[in-house]
Design a protein around this ligand. Structure first.
Ligand code: IMP
Length: 422
């Protein structure tokens, strides 16, 4: 399998959790490189459902090493809860999962500021997950962040925390929010630091040692291309590089050590939170929500739904260097009579055949659609490409061709067995 980067080719929630789980079978090490517990990767193993937020899904397979890289922002209390939750489900993390000592940590003031800033933005709010992700990455860039290496050093942590609480309490007060208790935060974080200390490691060296042993690595992306801080629909984005480049900076494994990029996309489009989504429409939203599908794994929010947008996915192929495509949720379209695919945008008199950089222009764009006949047959029991209805194969081949990468994986349901390799 060599070193593979897996990215979301749309707005997140593409079904990456399941594809990562399937690909993990042939990997030795699974690495998270960006984002935090704003992510929610769902994996079904038989009747059991696992939702992972920070811990790579490789943890569900015995003997796979899981690394949370330096580019991830870690809510220590959240991570402790996740480890404990897995322990209760019979999954052990000790000795199998490691956290970078230079990963930044999410503090309670980050969460509070995230919420307060959303209120201040009013109707221009981003619709964040309120996990403190943006303020934490903000502190990292401003060089005032606290890292795992600080958390596990009690004297250093106390000193740095005192300074950070003082400054952030002043900001919180100015926003009319309640200041935080230094004593309480110290107590909670010290306990989490003690718990997490055995997991903290120099993961850059670990990953390079694994490479020297010839081990294969899977870099699991969180969120999706159009939530990328540079390439997404700014400012309606998350605060990390969700695109393939983030896998290198967020792990310390250089770009020339990467072998393959897999882009995961749904057979249609979804988005959670605010921001432009050109193909959004009520017909497909109502259909999918009516089927009990498309509710967020982290926040439970109903996702906004739209037709497949090939202008967006072609852009994703470009910025990520996608070699292979994994198309998920094909079964979501099983009942649709006529399926639309966006093949261009109209903005006033101008036609766009590429993704506009300006989120406002994108919001004003009207999609230009091609239409495909629906297959109107259940696909969830199909085990091979040949078993898929002919109209479904035509549709999948068309969206892969428009996206500009090789169709390699098709998923027709949440279970491992509902996956076909082409
Ligand atoms: P934040 O990452 O919580 O700051 O949220 C910024 C934007 O990214 C919001 O629109 C969120 O809904 C979206 N977002 C963050 N994480 C995910 C995810 O894992 N899946 C889908 N959308 C996400």
């Amino acid at each position: 399998m060599a070193n593979t980067i897996l990215v979301g080719a749309q707005w997140g929630d593409e079904g990456k959790g399941k594809i990562i789980d399937v690909l993990t079978e042939s990997a030795d090490v699974v690495v998270r490189t960006q984002g935090g517990n704003n992510a929610g990767h769902t994996v079904f193993l038989g009747p059991k459902k696992y939702v992972l937020h920070l811990i790579p899904s490789g943890i569900l397979r015995k003997g796979k090493r899981c690394i949370i890289g330096n580019g991830v922002v870690i809510d220590p209390l959240g991570l402790v809860a996740e480890i404990e939750g897995l322990r209760k489900q019979g999954v052990k993390c000790a000795g199998q999962m490691f956290v970078s000592e230079t990963a930044h940590i999410v503090m309670p003031y980050h969460r509070e500021l995230d919420a307060q800033r959303e209120v201040l933005k009013g109707k221009n709010k981003i619709g964040t997950t309120k996990r403190g992700i943006g303020p934490c990455y903000g502190d990292k860039a401003a060089r005032v962040g606290l890292r795992m290496i600080d958390l596990i050093n009690p004297a250093r942590f106390e000193e740095k925390l005192a300074a950070r609480i003082k400054e952030n309490n002043a900001t919180l007060k100015s926003l009319g929010a309640k200041p935080l208790s230094f004593k309480q935060v110290l107590k909670d974080y010290r306990a989490a630091g003690d718990y997490l200390k055995p997991f903290v490691a120099n993961t850059v060296v670990m990953l390079h040692e694994a490479m020297q042993r010839g081990e294969d690595m899977l870099f699991e992306g969180a969120q999706g291309t159009f939530l990328d801080i540079d390439h997404g629909t700014y400012p309606f984005v998350t605060s990390s590089n969700t695109t393939a480049g983030g896998a290198s900076t967020g792990s310390g494994v250089a770009p020339n050590r990467m072998d393959r990029v897999v882009g995961v996309l749904k057979a249609y489009t979804t988005r959670v939170g605010e921001g432009p989504l050109p193909t959004e429409n009520a017909e497909i939203s109502d259909l999918l929500h009516g089927m009990g599908r498309e509710f967020g794994a982290t926040t439970g929010r109903a996702r906004r739904c739209g037709w497949f947008d090939s202008i967006a996915t072609r852009h994703a192929t470009m910025v990520n260097g996608i070699d292979d495509l994994a198309v998920t949720n094909v079964d979501g379209l099983d009942t649709v009579a006529t399926i639309k695919v966006c093949i261009g945008y109209r903005h006033g008199k101008k036609r766009y055949d590429y993704f506009p950089s300006d989120a406002q222009v994108l919001a004003e764009c009207e999609p230009i659609y091609a239409e495909f006949e629906g297959w109107q047959t259940p696909t969830d029991k199909c085990k091979t490409w040949k078993q898929l209805p002919a109209k479904c194969r035509t549709y999948l081949k068309a969206i892969a061709e428009l996206t500009g990468a090789k169709l390699s994986i098709v998923s027709v349901g949440p279970a491992r067995e509902q996956t076909m390799f082409l």
